[in-house]
Design a protein around this ligand. Structure first.
Ligand SMILES: [Zn+2]
Ligand SMILES: [Zn+2]
Length: 395
């Protein structure tokens, strides 16, 4: 059967805050909609609430990709604290009882599991599986469907094991521990339409970025080039669909018709927190969209909270020392990988996210966008919570 193509690729920002959420920015999460499916990238606190406020459908979430777990200092849990509620909500979770066998809801669960249900897949660095398992077990959460956690293991991580003494949750399926090869995790997921690869990026803790690549799509078809030939040789018109897929077809008189060459698909690069994403640069080349953090900026004269003694250099040094970037660093990386568009996110709480209605916030976000644009030379979008846009196919 001819492979289908993605009917749409859409990005919805569920959270654009850094360490502290505010009334206008939630913790990090981004929903990628591929045709009907929803994939989440990071799942900060209250992501479920943000999903309810957006047009993203909870029941369509198929995969969740975590960039870092943050069990250390600073930014604690801002990319993962919303994962358990989303899992429980998505998989019909219910609070259990200490002795689960007495729970009448188990009757229902047993019936549900007779149907074949694909597990919800979670990808993340070491600790993601243990975090989910411990969280579900210690809260006696019963799920109505299975899940699996695949971990991207760094060379310094143990190659095997689950990183926890607790046995798997009743709904947990065995996940893969994926080792790096040549410094990256290539094709951790692949189907007929897209692949997902990942690579480490520099942050204060182990952190990864993801590259989602649409496989080559059918080229532009010019029917005038084919129809007269098909008519002449009395070839069924159904051959057109094979030509459309880029195949070659031999006609009864020996003529060979070649379908249009397939074109490159869309490429999205979604990074976690970083002060230097260089290790992902090769995988990320020529992205249609780069999502890069810009936690801190130096905005004298625009941001009233700018300290007199601060310079761009001091702000950049401070951002980097905490594992973060400035708009200029994000813009430079976008240029380096020849991205077509740059989306900035993960903003400091001092930059409010209501720039659609608040003049001062608008000034600040425009200035941040401009700083990135000057280094990038391409279009820049500053993330606002619940903002949503499509990534159009390449021409
Ligand atoms: Zn963060
Ligand atoms: Zn972080």
């Amino acid at each position: 059967m001819a492979p289908q193509t993605l009917s749409s690729v859409n990005i919805t920002i569920l959270g654009s805050a850094s360490a502290q959420p505010s009334s206008t920015r939630n913790h990090s999460s981004l929903a990628l909609r591929l045709s009907g499916d929803v994939w989440l990238f990071d799942c900060g606190e209250a992501t479920q609430h943000q999903i309810q406020k957006s047009s993203v459908k909870m029941g369509k979430i198929q995969k969740i990709f975590i960039t870092h777990t943050h069990v250390l200092i600073l930014d604690v849990g801002d990319h993962i604290f919303g994962l358990l509620p989303v899992l429980a909500g998505r998989l019909n979770g219910a609070g259990g009882m200490a002795d689960a066998s007495e729970d009448p809801r188990l009757q229902l669960d047993a019936r549900d599991t007779q149907e074949e249900v694909l597990p919800l897949e979670i990808y993340g660095p070491l600790g993601t599986r243990a975090y989910v398992r411990n969280g579900l077990i210690y809260t006696h959460t019963i799920l109505g469907a299975p899940y699996v956690v695949h971990e991207l293991r760094f060379p310094s991580d143990p190659p095997d094991g689950d990183h926890t003494a607790l046995p798997p949750h009743a709904c947990e399926l065995p996940g893969r521990n994926i080792p790096q090869a040549d410094g990256v995790w290539r094709d951790v997921f692949a189907d007929a339409l897209v692949t997902v690869s990942a690579a480490p990026i520099h942050h204060s803790v182990p952190c990864v970025g993801y590259v989602i690549t649409e496989l080559p799509v059918p080229g532009k078809m010019d029917p005038k080039k084919y129809i007269p030939e098909l008519k002449r040789t009395k070839t069924p018109m159904s051959v057109m669909s094979r030509l459309q897929q880029g195949e070659s077809v031999e006609l009864s008189d020996g003529t060979i018709l070649c379908g249009p060459e397939r074109r490159a698909g869309r490429k999205l690069v979604i990074l976690g927190d970083t002060y230097d994403p260089s290790p992902i640069a090769d995988l990320a080349m020529d992205a249609d969209l780069l999502v890069h953090e810009a936690t801190n900026a130096h905005l004298p004269g625009i941001d009233q909270n700018t300290k007199a003694e601060d310079t761009y250099e001091s702000v950049e040094a401070r951002a980097k020392s905490r594992g973060h970037s400035t708009p200029q660093l994000a813009g430079a990386f976008a240029k380096r990988i020849r991205a077509r568009k740059l989306l900035l996110n993960h903003f400091s709480p001092r930059y409010p996210g209501d720039d659609d209605v608040n003049e001062q916030a608008k000034k600040i976000m425009q200035a941040i966008g401009k700083l990135a644009e000057d280094n990038f030379g391409g279009p820049v979008i500053c993330a606002r919570d619940l903002m949503s846009f499509d990534i159009e196919p390449r021409r």
